[in-house]
Structures are given as structure tokens and as C-alpha cells.
Design a protein. Structure first.
Length: 94
């Protein structure tokens, strides 16, 4: 009996990781996030178009059960997703 959990990504997790990495490169890293940071209105400091695009990818409801439109993702999948999003911007990752 192996008491040490495996942290290797399965095929679905590897595919999701690749999709998130492409999303970060194409959507997040292409933004000038400093432009958003200095806006007067706090509601305009978030690049909502990127948040909406993440939602369309299903990233906003990874932990939700499948019957509610989520992926019912494991803790490892959620951690991997947040870690990959944080490569682009920590504020958008959480």
C-alpha cells in the first residue's frame, strides 16, 4: 500500500494545463495590467474581458459539481489551474 499520494497529472489535467497556458500567453500576458491598476474607479481595475473569457473556458466553475455545469475538479486540478493562471497574474488567478 502506497501512503504517498501521486501528484502526477492525468491526461485530462495535462490537456487543461496546456489550455490554461495558452490562455495566459494569449489573453493575460498580452495586457498592460499596469494600465488597469491605476484607474480611478475600483470596478475598472479588473480586466473583465479576461475574466469573462476565463468563464467561457469553464475556469470560473472548476470546483462546481458536473450537474451544475462545473468540472467537479479535484484539489490537484484546482491547484494546478490557479498556479498556471498566477504565471500571468496572481490577482486574476485567485
Amino acid at each position: 500500500m502506497d501512503l504517498i499520494p501521486s501528484f502526477e497529472l492525468n491526461g485530462m489535467q495535462q490537456q487543461l494545463r496546456g489550455e490554461i497556458q495558452r490562455f495566459v500567453e494569449n489573453e493575460i500576458k498580452s495586457l498592460d495590467l499596469n494600465e488597469y491598476e491605476w484607474r480611478d474607479d475600483p470596478h475598472e481595475r479588473t480586466p473583465w474581458e479576461v475574466v469573462d473569457a476565463a468563464g467561457e473556458m469553464g475556469l470560473k466553475n472548476l470546483a462546481a459539481p458536473e450537474e451544475y455545469g462545473g468540472m467537479d475538479a479535484s484539489a490537484l486540478t484546482l491547484t494546478m489551474a490557479v498556479e498556471e493562471l498566477a504565471v500571468g497574474d496572481l490577482g486574476l488567478a485567485v
